[in-house]
Write a protein that binds this ligand. Structure first.
Ligand code: TXE
Length: 504
């Protein structure tokens, strides 16, 4: 058993339960210390103090995990386990997550700084739905029978890729773990997962539920640790056939490089974004202002598909800004467990510093601070929801992903101008369009260079609908039927039904 563990009594208004679990490296359904016995401090974003410790995994632990995952693939999982059984186990896991819904939500709140209510109603609810959705797919992974000639039967099998690596970010730890694990398990792969060192607790707790659900040893393994050690070891390991990564565009590049330089493993990358949120003059201003605020400030702005560049048609600019700033000023910040709190702290000191640096750069470059612009209090990582106006496209706050509670608002003349400005970014993850004229809204949506476009809503992924980006926002799709494609390999089988071969 590992030396590290986490016990916490959540004596708060909205949740009063307790939690207690081991926080080691998880291999073969058991927790253990990392091979070097070292630990990583996990910080409390509300206070900036140490919350607990987790075991620090190593490259050696990754190798041990890969061996366990390979063994499971050869004996109890993959082609050895019928889809219907995988489905059953996944549904059991979803049931257990439901039983522990509040506890998992509280872990996201205490570790990431998310408000408990949002963690419960959005993150964890969607994580459960995702596992259930892919449980439904597990016995429907179908190949094809392909017509060639009368003398041949040709068909395809959609076989598991093998051991897959899954590297998680800290902004939606449990949800993104389920986005990756769901399709991987449904298609019969085994996994070596690395949660982010900033916020791994809900993911580690999930490992206990995986054991309780009855998954065979080695099917899911988790090596906690740093990106430059454990992450690198996963991307470079020759026994891992595919890596699914969510994180920064910079690190995504390194993942690709290692994948190419090792065994040419496949990669899916879900990277950054700087989404445009376009408000056309015929939008319902009140609804658009609320959705625009949600799109950039939800989850403290730490959302890859955030609509952080808000474009407003000149004719309604003043009206929109008045309503939008009013909505932003009404956002209640404070302890994530507070009943009516909407806005918690950022996830880490490093990230807090980065965002404050961006806010300073906006001020230095001459943008107007219409709302916010400061840290909140003196303790923890709280930042005011901030709105910049009078910005221009060359400012860092307009060009770069801030990944925090910072919106920039720009004007446009007409639909064509909105499309041009909205697409003027190296990213291509998501866009949002607001208009009561549905034809115009759809026309605009079709011209956005983005993997996803929301019309009259914002940042609302669904587990049945593909999620992912183009340009520097990534490769491949998560969620929906499309995500399954990343997790199976297609084997063609040719069966001779009577063609003779006579040589000599
Ligand atoms: O990301 P990293 P960071 C963006 C966002 C944020 C910025 C930096 O703009 O401000 O990235 O965040 C692991 N090989 N997003 O530094 O480094 C790391 O341990 C393999 C957007 O946290 O990409 C963690 O598990 N793995 C994003 C994961 O990669 C490595 C979510 C993400 O960390 C590694 C997060 C390496 N060399 C940040 N180095 C989104 N798309 O939602 C680190 N990691």
């Amino acid at each position: 058993m590992p030396g590290t563990s986490f016990s916490y009594d959540f004596s708060s208004k909205v949740y009063t339960g307790k939690t207690s679990f081991k926080t080691g490296v998880f291999i073969n359904n058991e927790f253990r210390d990392g091979s070097e016995g070292t630990t990583i401090d996990i910080m409390n974003p509300v206070t900036g103090g140490v919350l607990t410790q987790i075991s620090e995994g190593t490259a050696q632990d990754v190798d041990t995990a890969v061996q366990a995952a390979k063994a499971a693939l050869a004996t109890t999982w993959g082609l050895k386990c019928p889809g219907a059984k995988r489905s059953l186990l996944m549904n059991k896991l979803a049931n257990l997550m439901e039983e522990h819904h509040d506890e998992l939500s509280a872990l996201e709140a205490v570790d990431v700084g998310k408000t408990f209510n949002w963690a419960k109603n959005a993150d964890v609810a969607a994580a459960i739905a995702t596992i259930r959705y892919y449980a439904g797919w597990a016995d429907k992974i179908l190949g094809q029978v392909i017509e060639t000639t009368e003398a041949k039967l040709a068909y395809t099998r959609h076989e598991p890729i093998g051991v897959v690596g899954q590297i998680l970010p800290w902004n939606f730890p449990l949800l993104i773990m389920c986005w990756k694990l769901g399709p991987a398990l449904a298609t019969g792969n085994t996994a070596v997962i690395k949660p982010a060192e900033v916020a791994p607790l809900s993911c580690i707790r999930m490992c206990e539920l995986i054991v309780e659900a009855g998954f065979p040893a080695g099917v899911v393994n988790m090596v906690t640790g740093y990106g430059h050690t454990v992450g690198t070891a996963i991307t470079a390991h020759n026994g891992i056939e595919m890596v699914s990564f969510t994180g920064s565009t910079f690190t995504g590049g390194k993942v690709m490089e290692n994948a190419a330089n090792s065994n040419i493993k496949d990669v899916t990358l879900e990277l950054g974004g700087k989404g445009p949120c376009i408000v056309l003059e015929d939008a319902d201003i009140d609804k658009a202002a609320n959705w625009a605020a949600f799109g950039v400030f939800w989850s403290q702005g730490q959302v890859c598909c955030a609509g952080s560049r808000i474009f407003v048609q000149e004719s309604i600019y003043e009206k929109f800004i008045a309503r939008f700033t009013q909505v932003v000023r009404s956002i209640k910040a404070g302890d994530p467990f507070g009943e009516s709190i909407w806005h918690g702290p950022q996830a880490s000191q490093q990230h807090f510093d980065r965002i404050m640096g961006y806010i300073q750069s906006g001020k230095d470059e001459g943008a107007t601070v219409a709302v916010g612009g400061n840290r909140i209090g003196t303790e923890g990582y709280f930042i005011e929801p901030t709105v910049f106006t009078d910005v221009n496209p060359n400012m860092r706050v307009v060009k770069e992903e801030i990944f925090g509670p910072v919106a920039v608002v720009l004007k446009f003349k007409d639909q064509a101008d909105a499309i041009r400005q909205g697409n003027d970014t190296e990213y291509g993850l998501s866009a949002a369009i607001f208009s009561e004229n549905i034809t115009k809204a759809i026309e605009t949506a079709h011209q956005m260079q983005a993997g996803m476009t929301f019309i009259n809503c914002n940042v609302s992924p669904e587990c049945q609908v593909p999620f992912g980006g183009i340009k520097k926002s990534g490769i491949g799709r998560e969620l929906g039927e499309y995500a399954l494609r990343s997790y199976y390999t297609v084997k063609a089988v040719h069966v001779n039904l009577g063609l003779e071969m006579n040589i000599g």
